[in-house]
Design a binder for this molecule. Structure first.
Ligand code: UDX
Length: 481
């Protein structure tokens, strides 16, 4: 166990435990920054795998824990088994580390630990907190609507409507729709409803939008959501969302929850520092400086999703044919190397010329805040969605897996600030979507709605706004422990 930095202060200390993926590390460290600015001392307990970069947060203490994980094991395809392995491997070393920290604080008169804040996917922390007799709080990093849609699946299981294989035992009325959707999504068998049907009670989600993993067995998926949503002993839930975006879902969740929920997001707006694990290429900002206002389409699929061989060519030529300037993040590993080389030899770069800028990783929040950026082609990871909304940038949604489909549907149908590309995209469809968003009247209206939403979010995080008030209530709760 390596103590990377000691942190001393007279304020109570919070121990943060992020899930070691970019989309989860970011909101956890942003939350840490906000709470640090309110006087708390912060210690981040993290895995050796994907460890955060301590120099980005010199005011925090960082403690690395051995996790016995090998990087080769990880891909978007086996994220759920990976999370379960992480929870199995980390309990003991985290517990030992925390027990030592508690002991040390007593002996050396260090700031006492007020509580442990852990990512919902690091659910082993609940037992660890109980063992060291500390309160704990969960941080949920996906949308409130994602929670409700996953919870609907769990409820069916609890009611015995789904048996342990995820197949139905009692099919009636509206419930049959959900079951059949699950079954078709799980590729078990098909009972009559189509994936286009709306899920009762989860408007505007269709069965095809449900955050059901098609990888592995229904058992693994159901176990995963049971683990992350099981009510354990935590004292509260912090949510990276807010009332402006999701008030009805949040109200519904508060009715179901035994503990208080604190929607204090979007966290990145209150704490903008970067926690990027990959070096950001700032040359794209210089390129953006040369482009006209609202003309550039920013294209990025986040830190996990990838583009398949066929889609890569369609996407690339759709972008080139649209003649719209674009800034494209091609993260190493997110595209097939051979296919990419083939595209380059087929004249893609020549066809694009000065109209395109391609980088391996961008300073995304800075890019989205740049006046030249007029649209975002996104996989709809929750952080990207929040970052785009809070900068007033409309989106082309191409969700890849999990919660991204729920987010994409909300972008296009609820907030009406984007266009969703369905199924596999073909270059003509890509070109048309880009023109609709970047040039047509329809896109201008979406941009206006996105700007209105941005302003409402800005008000919400300032004094008197709901996120601001929830943050104060959260601090009161932590101080009461
Ligand atoms: C994962 C899941 O895939 C997503 O569905 C879930 O909602 C959160 O966890 P990820 O796929 O990485 O996250 O997407 P996202 O949530 O959008 O997070 C990506 C983060 O990386 C964003 O904060 C974004 O600003 C940052 N990023 C992305 C960069 O800093 N530079 C880039 O070039 C691309």
């Amino acid at each position: 166990m390596e103590m990377e930095k000691e942190h001393r202060s007279s304020h109570p200390r919070l121990v943060l435990v992020p899930l070691p993926f970019q989309g989860h590390i970011n909101p956890m460290l942003q939350l840490g920054s906000i709470l640090h600015s309110k006087g708390f001392s912060i210690t981040v307990l993290h895995t050796a795998f994907n460890s955060p970069i301590p120099s980005s947060y010199p005011e925090f203490g960082f403690v690395s824990i051995p996790d016995n994980l090998s990087e080769q094991l990880i891909s978007a395809d086996d994220l759920l088994p990976f999370i379960s392995l992480l929870n199995l491997n980390c309990g003991v070393p985290f517990q030992e580390c925390l027990a030592k920290m508690v002991q040390k604080q007593e002996v050396e008169n260090e700031p006492s630990i007020a509580c442990i804040v852990y990512d919902e996917c690091m659910y082993f922390c609940d037992a660890v907190a109980k063992y060291v007799k500390l309160p704990s709080i969960v941080l949920r990093t996906t949308s409130a609507s994602t929670y409700l849609s996953r919870n609907a699946i769990l409820q069916l299981k609890a009611e015995g409507v789904l048996n342990s294989q995820g197949t139905s035992t009692n099919i009636q009325g509206a419930v049959a729709y959900l079951i059949s959707a699950l079954e078709s999504l799980f590729n078990i068998f098909y009972l009559g409803s189509t994936s286009q049907d709306l899920v009762p009670g989860l408007h505007p989600l269709r069965f095809k939008d449900l955050p059901v993993s098609k990888i592995g067995t229904p058992e693994i998926f159901l176990q995963f959501i049971t683990n992350i949503y099981k009510t354990r002993t935590s004292s509260a839930i912090i949510w990276n969302t807010n009332d402006v975006l999701e008030q009805p879902s949040l109200q519904e969740i508060q009715k179901q929850c035994e503990v208080g929920i604190f929607p204090v997001g979007p966290l990145h707006e209150v704490a903008p520092a970067s926690s990027s694990l990959i070096k950001e290429d700032n040359s794209c900002i210089t390129w953006l400086e040369k482009q006209k206002q609202n003309t550039v389409l920013y294209v990025s699929l986040g830190s996990v999703a990838s583009v398949d061989k066929k889609e890569l060519g369609e996407m690339a030529w759709g972008l080139a044919n649209s003649k719209q300037p674009f800034l494209w993040v091609i993260r190493p590993g997110s595209v097939d190397d051979q296919e990419w080389k083939k595209l380059l030899t087929e004249g893609f770069v020549e066809a694009v010329g000065e109209n395109g800028c391609i980088v391996k990783w961008a300073p995304q929040k800075e890019v989205l805040a740049h006046g030249a950026v007029g649209g975002f082609w996104t996989h709809c990871g929750w952080n990207s969605t929040l970052e785009s909304i809070s900068k007033g940038v409309p989106m082309i949604c191409k969700p890849c897996f999990g919660d991204q489909r729920v987010n994409g549907r909300h972008v296009s149908q609820v907030w009406r600030i984007g266009i969703q590309l369905e199924n596999m995209c073909e270059r003509g469809e890509v070109e048309r979507a880009i023109k609709r968003l970047m040039v047509d009247k329809e896109g201008k209206e979406m941009r206006q709605r996105a700007k209105n939403l941005k302003e409402r979010i800005q008000l919400d995080i300032r004094e008197g706004g709901s996120s601001y008030n929830y943050l104060n209530k959260l601090i009161e709760l932590i101080m009461s422990f």
